[in-house]
Ligand binder design. Structure first.
Ligand code: SF4
Length: 386
């Protein structure tokens, strides 16, 4: 059969790992597969496999399904996170829906040749599932069982530059288990062209011990990622960042959940802690604010507002966020953090619900630009005088 594998990841730079494994499985069975990002013209394929990610993107996925049907494709298989969490929406479209992981495909290694270029990075999991059941997370539903994967080394492309570990919770293993994995990672790095490692889904700061930090310190991690999802991680998060900074790591990323059970004040505190640690430890911690969306609800317009938030505050925060950086992240010294977000949690909560927050953010941005221009002029004048 001729099979179209349609990846609907938010960006083409994010390789659809599930489809790369499914492609390997289907090719092994004698089918011809091609990876693509749009619906093929009529009659080019016999079957379509479509992978989904975010539930708020369901309208887009449904439009793909309908378009495929319009073009005469009736043999359509839909899988992935959104299809697992809200399968009934897809079932109404009369397509076959696969929930959870596809165990047979899990036994295959990603077929990177489907990308039609040498991959920039390899993707693998040393484990699936997670030992925790955080109420805001879809992992306990999509991958309910925590289990180790023995032969993950074969997932690595020898000519990629970097290895992305998609483990949900790499540190959930015992110290002995982590020691074994680190040895395997070192071995892969020695024998391939990959030269750095990224635990892309973040490490669980509550499970980091001095011994585990010593083991991690044996591999080139860039960046070191943790999550500061709520006040349950307060103390653990700062300690974990310190532990890795003491071992020489300089670049950190922090995922910061908000609009869940948190308050704007504790969200401010969690963001500010990263700016404070950046200064104190002479490192760079970039915070990625992640707005909570209900995982089992189909919130088309992403309107959900957490119990302690207002929709005005959500918008107000986004307003400042987008003015102070391009990519929606916060990577600043404490002084700059307070320049944008104030020096006080209550003031922050008031600021983001202020009617004129948009003007405030624009003014701040303008003032900063003006200051930079002035600085540039002064430097230029100094150069000319010399
Ligand atoms: S620790 Fe992380 S992966 Fe595990 S359930 Fe919590 S949020 Fe999900």
């Amino acid at each position: 059969m001729r099979i179209a594998l349609i990846g609907l990841n938010p960006s083409k730079n994010l390789y659809p790992i599930g489809l790369l494994k499914i492609g390997a499985m289907l090719k092994d069975k004698g089918h011809k597969c091609q990876l693509m990002y749009k619906i093929p013209k009529p009659n080019e394929y016999d079957q379509i496999w479509l992978s989904t990610v975010f539930t708020f993107n369901i309208p887009k996925y449904i439009s793909y399904v309908r378009e495929a049907k319009k073009r005469g494709y009736n043999d359509i298989m839909v899988g992935g996170v959104a299809a697992t969490l809200l399968s009934e929406i897809f079932e109404k479209e009369n397509v076959e829906v696969h929930k959870g992981l596809l165990p047979e495909a899990e036994n295959y290694h990603p077929d990177y040749s489907l990308l039609e270029k040498t991959p920039d990075y390899s993707i693998t999991h040393t484990s699936r599932g997670c030992v925790r059941k955080c109420p805001f997370c879809m992992v306990p539903i999509v991958e309910p069982k925590y289990e180790k994967r023995i032969n993950w080394k074969d997932d690595i492309h020898r000519d990629s530059k970097k290895i992305l570990f998609y483990d949900n919770n790499f540190l959930a293993d015992k110290t002995e288990g982590i020691k074994e994995e680190i040895e395997k990672i070192k071995d892969v790095l020695r024998n391939t062209n990959n030269n750095s490692v990224d635990f892309n889904q973040a490490l669980d700061c509550r499970l980091l011990t001095e011994k585990k930090a010593d083991l991690l310190a044996q591999i080139p991690m860039r960046p070191v990622r943790f999550a500061f999802d709520g006040m349950q991680e307060d103390g653990y998060y700062q300690k974990a960042v310190k532990m890795m900074a003491e071992r020489g790591y300089k670049t950190f990323v922090s995922y910061v959940l908000y609009n869940f059970e948190d308050t704007p004040q504790d969200f401010y505190y969690r963001l500010r802690e990263s700016a404070r640690l950046s200064d104190e430890l002479n490192i760079n911690v970039t915070s990625f604010p992640m707005r909570y969306q209900p995982i089992l609800d189909y919130d088309k317009g992403r309107h959900y507002t957490g119990e302690h938030w207002t929709s005005k505050q959500k918008k107000g925060f986004m307003n400042i966020l987008n003015k102070q950086s391009i990519g929606g992240q916060i990577s600043q010294s404490l002084e700059m953090f307070e320049y944008w977000f104030t020096n006080n949690a209550d003031r922050f909560a008031k600021l983001i619900s202020w009617d004129k927050v948009n003007e405030y953010a624009a003014r701040k941005k303008g003032a900063l630009r003006f200051q930079k221009l002035q600085m540039g002029k002064i430097c230029q004048e100094k150069v000319i005088k010399r």
